[in-house]
Design a protein around this ligand. Sequence first.
Ligand SMILES: NC(=O)c1ccc[n+]([C@@H]2O[C@H](COP(=O)([O-])OP(=O)(O)OC[C@H]3O[C@@H](n4cnc5c(N)ncnc54)[C@H](OP(=O)(O)O)[C@@H]3O)[C@@H](O)[C@H]2O)c1
Length: 335
Amino acid sequence: MALVATVAALLAALGGALWLAARRFVGPSVRHGGGDSGLMHGKTVLITGANSGLGRATAAELLRLGARVIMGCRDRARAEEAAGQLRRELRQAGGSGPGSDAGEAGELVVRELDLASLRSVRAFCQEMLQEEPRLDVLINNAGIFHCPYMKTEDGFEMQFGVNHLGHFLLTNLLLGLLKSSAPSRIVVVSSKLYKYGDINFEDLNSEQSYNKSFCYSRSKLANILFTRELARRLEGTNVTVNVLHPGIVRTNLGRHIHIPLLVKPLFNLVSWAFFKTPVEGAQTSVYLASSPEVEGVSGKYFGDCKEEALLPKAMDESVARKLWDISEVMVGILK
Ligand SMILES: NC(=O)c1ccc[n+]([C@@H]2O[C@H](COP(=O)([O-])OP(=O)(O)OC[C@H]3O[C@@H](n4cnc5c(N)ncnc54)[C@H](OP(=O)(O)O)[C@@H]3O)[C@@H](O)[C@H]2O)c1
């Protein structure tokens, strides 16, 4: 009896390991636009934080679909390195690019954008407006998570400043270009952790108290409220805006979390086995940026390429309007 139980346990463990290995090595089951390498041909896409994790994977996928991808990144050297790798990967995969299948090729452009500096956001947008004749998709992807208490150049709490306010200004300054390129799309990367946030208007810079988890969740709730309010304002313009959560993805997002040395191997194993890969995590961003299925859809929340329900606090229109008005003042958009 004991022998049978041991053999059964070993077989189950072996089966589990094989399943995990297959999951890891075979790759994602769904790949949007997989059969249509020219789906994004002629389209310009701006992705913030495109040098790492989800942003990098989203850039790779959209490049594969033929888009001109602008990587808005805070560190030029890191961004150029990522761009070089992406171009090499595309060539190795036999994809288009200079020299092969000309015409289907996407193109990568690196531009400097630090969302923790309103000055940088303004300079970036000025350059975009001068040099880019069109913008078909804006993907507000960059993010910072669980950092110690820090302030942006303009004195905002870092997670709220980068994840919400920097993107708020960026989007507003690029709206004219998006409208003149319509039909165009805005995609906002939020998180399921929005559920644990609240918009505490009396202390948006967390000067009275700072809790890393709360501030991240608050910034991700702000992403959703921003999306819904913007969708309302964009009605009738042919510019859509949708928000998503990518699931739990193995990226560099946890860089500020200290994992004890002894626990690290276990954490790596668990994350390898159970977290999504960046390519898997990027699928909803790619879907919202490119799929004909969501043409005209706006103001919705997605996970795994499907619409999901939101908690009432993320659908509160009066909070969304108030947040919009206060954000305008904070970033200095004058009416
Ligand atoms: N990974 C997950 O499980 C998960 C779950 C839910 C939501 N998300 C969201 O997914 C998005 C992408 O995160 P990720 O997981 O791909 O993490 P990541 O690998 O750390 O990538 C984040 C990107 O944001 C950039 N960034 C950070 N601060 C910036 C700033 N001040 N200005 C411009 N860019 C800045 C980073 O640039 P540097 O490389 O220069 O630092 C990096 O390119 C974030 O919005 C995050 O909240 C992720």
